[in-house]
Design a protein around this ligand. Structure first.
Ligand code: AMP
Ligand code: MG
Length: 327
């Protein structure tokens, strides 16, 4: 790949972003979940550049970003009433809905699937870019494949400098982990990936929702089989502060990240407060990993295994701490 100069800019760069997108280039947009590596979802050549820049396996589908529910017909067919109910309730927001794909959406975008994941991001810079370009934008997280998702422009720059022409900087992401992915092509709506929109919120809107909690999902949602959200250093999850301290002392140059009560009872030198509420912890999690993965050799993270309100975060912690018996 030719090395290109990567610019970073704000709202003043939207017109340039739109021009680049129309030329079939890749541009980074901020969203409320994480930063996205965006290209025209209907242009197979442009979408291939996303895979190239990320080093993403080709059987991992991309989420298509649109500005409002009326545009869904550009990329999906047979859209059920339930999708409109969900968009009414949760959009713009961190919810991706999987529907039957429109014939104009190339298979490179959906990784060969007959379905397409659609999302309306809750970020003005992203929405304005979509509106002005009048294009559906395929956009996976703007990290090198397998690495921690970027929640600030500086982290995108670390991974994408020299590979793409422009990063739109919208400040730190407000949600901080990727969207909930809900499949509406199944008989019962099925959560393929947990996120900030929870099973309870979805079932309050739709009635019954199936949540595989990341287990059966591997087959249904191809991307889930790959290693994800992996920091550059080793990571462990600890259920108690005693367990964290034991791990900490076993290794050298370690760090513990956790809620305050956990830290208060964990007698170690290097510790960072993750947050208190699920929202705060989600918002800080990827940033703390990115800021510390090159400083420490081992990061020990509080485990939220038995706290359902932290399910989405625990899913990312499980991935970061997964041992490499598979890729
Ligand atoms: P990323 O944008 O990097 O967070 O990855 C998007 C993820 O959304 C993929 O890895 C899949 O797990 C999921 N996804 C996107 N499109 C589909 C689809 N058509 N069917 C099932 N899962 C999807
Ligand atoms: Mg990703």
């Amino acid at each position: 790949m030719d090395k290109i100069e990567t610019q970073i800019g704000g709202i003043e760069k939207i017109d340039e972003a739109v021009r680049l997108l129309h030329e079939g280039e890749v541009v980074v947009i901020p969203t409320e979940t994480v930063y996205g590596l965006a290209a025209n979802a209907l242009n197979a050549k442009a979408v291939k550049k996303i895979f190239l820049a990320k080093g993403r396996p080709q059987d991992n589908p991309l989420i298509v970003h649109i500005e409002d529910a009326n545009k869904a017909k550009m990329v999906a067919v047979d859209i059920p009433e339930s999708a409109y109910l969900l968009w009414e309730e949760f959009s713009p927001g961190p919810l991706t809905i999987v529907l039957k794909k429109h014939p104009l959406v190339p298979y490179v975008t959906t990784a060969g699937l007959e379905t397409v994941g659609i999302r309306i991001p809750n970020n003005e810079l992203a929405l304005e870019t979509i509106r002005r370009s009048n294009l559906p934008l395929a956009a996976p997280s703007a990290n090198i494949s397998g690495r921690v998702s970027p929640t600030e422009a500086r982290f995108v720059y670390d991974d994408m400098n020299g590979k793409i022409p422009l990063i739109l900087d919208g400040g730190p992401c407000k949600v901080g982990i990727e969207s909930t992915v809900l499949d509406l092509t199944k008989e019962t709506p099925t959560i393929l990936r947990p996120g900030a929109i929870t099973e309870d919120m979805l079932s309050a809107c739709l009635g019954k929702v199936v949540n595989h909690k990341g287990k059966v999902v591997r087959a249904a949602s191809p991307g889930m089989k790959y290693a994800h959200y992996k920091p550059m250093c080793a990571c462990f999850a600890a259920k108690t502060s005693d367990e964290a301290k034991e791990l900490y002392n076993h290794f050298t140059n370690s760090l513990v990240i956790a809620r305050q009560d956990f830290l208060d009872t964990c007698d170690v030198d290097n510790k960072i407060h993750l947050g208190e509420t699920p929202e705060e912890c989600m918002r800080n999690y990827f940033r703390i990993l990115r800021e510390n993965e090159n400083i420490y050799d081992v990061i020990i993270i509080e485990s939220f295994e038995n706290e359902p309100q932290y399910l989405a975060l625990q899913n990312r912690i499980a991935k970061a701490t997964e041992k490499p018996d598979k890729i």
